[in-house]
Design a protein around this ligand. Structure first.
Ligand code: BF8
Ligand code: SF4
Length: 631
């Protein structure tokens, strides 16, 4: 039987544009992530529970709990050691991804200061100076360009081994810092903790599941308060602090009569240069000469989130829409940097006239043109790339083009700075709303899509339930596309909020779901909750807040979840991480950590049940703070 006969688009995705394109893909014989997911199912139960190990070549091994002689790997590792080692490696991979991204921003900052990066500049001198002050750099009498390399070097030390603690962790509340100090989990260096994770998990090093898990907390903190936070802060310095603006979302942001360039990946370094290049009158004229009405840039995934937050560039879709964007047949160029870019995309591009370009030497893809950009060459290369896209427009095959639906409006651009500005310069109005119970609390809904779960369905169900219960939602990453497509980022959506949240959103003029950016921008949420905890003189774990990743798939999402937990934020997960093979590791992650760091994972795949648990959690935290509680 052909897969298309068993896969029904309406079971795969909640979104109508996604369903339309999945139908088209099936008609045109194009394989998608859902076909491959079905082909791969059922998944290996040993891997799903974390019980397989391929760390060394005495193995690979797997633990079969049902067979007494298969309770240990060849080296003697039991289920708890194997599960904890695998889990720590996942955290290390997520931390490495975010932090390597952050490091590239440090490198650009240095290159800008040294005059080696044409096209880039310091857009937020004030933020640059504030950061320099946090790093103890004396900026008196120095101009921006001389501060930049000094700050970059100080940040480079955060990645290395020469510090006792990464610098920006000092933004955490005093009580949290004391706790981390007591537990010995203050990250010393971003790369150091990740490197140590790989060392500890080599055969014959750390064979204590709790010790492995504890280092996981430290490694995750190095990401959240280190690599990710540096990534966010420097993106703001170089490209601007996001401020509220309106834009649009869904596949209909592609234009039938324009050159469409889709920007995919995570690091704004490349996409920002494409944005600059596409403005060139020369290239616009070239587009007209090729019969197009202009050059249309759209984003997907987190590079898209970065551009949306700062430039209002519309979003074509999230993770599970990335293949379907190409199925429209209307894309001249797909430009990618790194992370979450399916290796299938180049093959799908070849079914149309679309050309896929990879821009990082560390992220190559099948059937993509390698078009490496460096700080020195990025602007010039971006111009060449946009030109190639324009010249590809006449190759479009009109009979293969179909752009479904209509664009949906959305508001975006809620950085901590812009929120504060919107509140009149102080957190007090927000704190008052929480204290009075008009806003019961806030939940950061973050993360991915996963073909295990109907695309965008869990996100939408949970968030509608939360806002109806007067809980303010902050979102980042791929979930933010789901909420925007559902119209939840408009002022009209205020009508779906409970009475208290409705009153506050109306007064401030904000939607009940606030877009805070990409996945590295979850660090913005850390900074915000720390500021709230400091203002209330308490710890993050006491606040009526939570995090949730209802449709997560990636290693980065695990790391984010774990740094949230380590920071005292209870985190609700949809899919269960691969830890159930060890009752000890699973119990610690989903319960025991509560007694150690004041938060843990709560796993619930059913969105209605998960939403109810979140509401209960918020009310319980309110009670703990002596605020009125609806429990
Ligand atoms: O960093 S939400 S699918 S695109 S991992 Fe990836 Fe997940 Fe999307 Fe962004 Ni985050
Ligand atoms: Fe097997 Fe141990 Fe090697 Fe893992 S580290 S593959 S359990 S022998």
């Amino acid at each position: 039987m052909k897969l298309a006969e068993v896969l029904h688009p309406e079971d795969c995705t909640l979104t109508s544009d996604g369903q339309a394109m999945l139908n088209k893909a099936q008609r045109e014989g194009i394989e998608t992530v859902w076909d491959r997911y079905t082909a791969q199912s059922p998944h290996c139960i040993f891997c799903e529970t974390g019980l397989s190990c391929r760390i060394c070549m005495m193995g690979p091994c797997r633990i079969n709990p049902k067979k007494p002689d298969e309770k240990r790997g060849v080296c003697g590792a039991d289920a708890h050691i194997i599960v904890a080692r695998n889990f720590l490696r996942t955290i290390a991979a997520g931390a490495a991804s975010h932090s390597d991204h952050g490091r590239e921003l440090v490198e650009i900052l240095k290159a800008v200061g040294e005059g080696r990066a044409p096209g880039y500049r310091i857009r937020e001198p004030e933020k640059l100076k504030n950061l320099a002050a946090e790093y103890g750099i004396d900026t008196a009498g120095q101009d921006d360009l001389s501060i930049a390399p000094t700050l970059a070097e100080a940040m480079e030390e955060d990645f290395g081994t020469s510090r006792k603690s990464i610098r920006l962790i000092n933004r955490a509340p005093e009580k949290r810092l004391e706790l981390w100090d007591k537990l010995g989990i203050i990250p010393r260096g971003i790369d150091r903790e990740t490197c140590e994770s790989l060392h500890r998990t080599h055969m014959g090093v750390d064979n204590d599941w709790l010790s492995l898990l504890t280092h996981g907390l430290r490694n995750a903190l190095a990401d959240g308060w280190g690599g990710s936070l540096i990534g966010t802060e420097l993106s703001d310095v170089l490209f601007g602090i996001p401020r509220p603006k309106s834009s649009e979302v869904n596949l209909a942001v592609l234009k039938e009569d324009q050159v469409n360039i889709v920007l995919h990946g995570h690091n704004p370094l490349v996409s920002e240069m494409i944005v600059q290049a596409a403005k060139s009158p020369e290239l616009q004229k070239l587009a007209t000469e090729q019969g197009a009405k202009g050059i249309n840039l759209v984003g997907v995934c987190c590079t898209g989130n970065e551009l949306l937050m700062r430039r209002g560039i519309p979003m074509a879709g999230n993770h599970l829409m990335t293949e379907l964007v190409l199925v429209t047949g209307a894309v001249e160029a797909l430009v990618v940097d790194y992370q979450c870019i399916m290796p299938s995309l180049g093959t799908i591009a070849q079914c149309y006239h679309t050309r896929m370009y990879s821009t990082s030497d560390k992220a190559r893809f099948p059937n993509a043109v390698a078009f490496e950009m460096t700080p020195e060459t990025a602007l010039e290369k971006a111009r060449q790339l946009v030109k190639e896209a324009v010249m590809n427009y006449p190759n479009r095959q009109p009979d293969k083009v179909s752009i479904p639906g209509r664009p949906v409006k959305q508001m975006t651009g809620f950085s901590v700075e812009s929120l504060l500005e919107g509140l009149g310069g102080s957190l007090d109005p927000l704190l008052d709303a929480i204290k009075s119970g008009k806003i019961r609390g806030a939940i950061g809904i973050v993360g991915c899509n996963n073909p295990r779960i109907k695309h965008d369905a869990a996100h939408r169900t949970i968030i509608q339930h939360l806002i109806a219960n007067d809980i303010l939602v902050l979102d980042t990453g791929c979930v933010s596309v789901a909420t925007a497509k559902a119209g939840l980022k408009t002022l009209d959506a205020i009508q779906q909020a409970g009475p208290g949240l409705k009153e506050i959103c109306t007064a401030v003029g904000i939607p009940p779901v606030l877009h805070m950016g990409s996945c590295v921008d979850n660090s913005r949420i850390l900074v915000l909750v720390s500021a709230i905890a400091n203002a209330l003189g308490t710890d993050i774990s006491d606040l009526p807040v939570a995090a949730a990743a209802p449709e997560w798939y990636s290693e980065k999402a695990v790391t984010i979840g774990f740094y949230a937990v380590a920071s005292g934020i209870t985190t609700f997960l949809g899919p269960m991480p691969p830890i159930t093979g060890s009752d000890k590791v699973a119990a610690a992650a989903t319960k025991g950590l509560e007694d150690i760091v004041g938060a843990c994972f709560i796993v619930e795949e059913n969105p209605e049940k998960a939403a109810n648990l979140m509401v209960k959690h918020i009310e319980k935290k309110r009670g703990g703070l002596g605020l009125d509680s609806r429990q």
